[in-house]
Design a protein around this ligand. Sequence first.
Ligand code: ZN
Length: 487
Amino acid sequence: MNRLSLLLLCLASSSALTAQSGTTVIVNGTAIDPGTGKTMANAAITIEGDHLTAIKENSTDVPKKGDTVIDARGKFILPGYIDTHVHFFQSGDIYTRPDAVDLTSVRPYKDEHDWIERNLRDTFARYLRCGITSVVDVGGPIWNFQVRKLANSAEKAPRVAVAGPLISSVSRPQLELKGDPPIVKIDTPEQARQMVQKLAKEKPDYIKIWYIVAPPASAPPSPGLSPAAGQSDVDRAAVFRPVVHAVIEESHRLKLRVAVHATELEAARASVEEGADLLVHSVTDKPVDEAFVKLLKEKGTILTPTLVVFERYGRTFANKLELTPEEKAWGNPEVIASLDVTKLAADKLPDRIKTATANPQPVLDRIQQTYDIALKNLKTLEDAGVIIATGTDAGNIGTIHGPAIFREFQLMKQAGLTPMQILQCTTANAAKTFGGPIGAKIGSLQPGHFADLVILKSNPLDDIKNTSDIDSVMKNGVLYPVDSILK
Ligand SMILES: [Zn+2]
């Protein structure tokens, strides 16, 4: 057959293809499947409908007449990226956490929520623009379940798994609208079981615990909690542990998995001992010890480092936010504009921003201290073979929905992970956080998997920064040239 007679699709064409009823074959490119660590030159990837049906290395097959052929010569094909920690009820802008900085006199929280709701499809599209074809929202109001439904029926959107409200030892009334709070204070194991039963009706992908322990005696009080005089780290973590125990036991009884926010080593250890399936942040208060590493491995607990979020609140408030070129290009421009704290009226400035802007160095020092521990911990856990899944905590102030993942990659690289390890965390490992029948069909280039792909113009194994050199993205077998996505 004359190759010229084939329909050669220009990857730079301006409109997305609709789902193919026939067969699509991606030819001549290099396929990288991080889950297996395999790189396949001159690959032929066959797609029928929304899933992959075959992948061949060094293929000399000539596509059949009628097949749609995509020529990926000189390009690199990977499973779509997965961000395992985002929050759709937060925009990433300066108004999105009035419990952290209260700017409700500038923008009432209800207006912030309305903005978020109006812009959901735009937010979804920004994930796709960044090659992210699946995300896990690990906590928000009951409204989150509507977000999942919308994303999973919208065209330019990632697959979405969600948790509902966070079960915590503290409450955040500033974030409650229409009786639907994202964070619920639970005081007893009995209340905890009832809450899990209530959430189970929504078929959550996770039950989420926000395990906040009282700060040590030397620390300033955190909202809702006074410093605990004379208590050890273990004692402080023990206060909320009966609730953690009840939540996990009841969730597992109902076949639901549990994600836990626990950034202190002893709270993280208690969570894993109680059976947490996913730790959604790094441990940041001290280096992890051998017993903790062994425990994570034995239990098969997954850990999401969320490195980028640790710098973003502080840097935003100190007017030291250094967004990456990817964030500037593909983040929502209104969100980004709001993060310039110098544009806020002086009489509206919360003390936290005033103090940080006047004296940024202590803020930057604290961020560095957090990274000194968190990056080292990530390297320790990765080397030990703990399952690490990439996640950003996007939606928090300064952590930009979509492109924040590329800053996360930089930080994972700084921690000492290789490009292949970072990609494994972002595909095969991240798919494990998704769970269920969907999780079993994403994150890898295998026949039977969803055709969720990212096609790059340069080799991400040479430098992880090439992960943002995106030519096109395929979701559900539909190809989107990148320039067609954000319109
Ligand atoms: Zn989070």
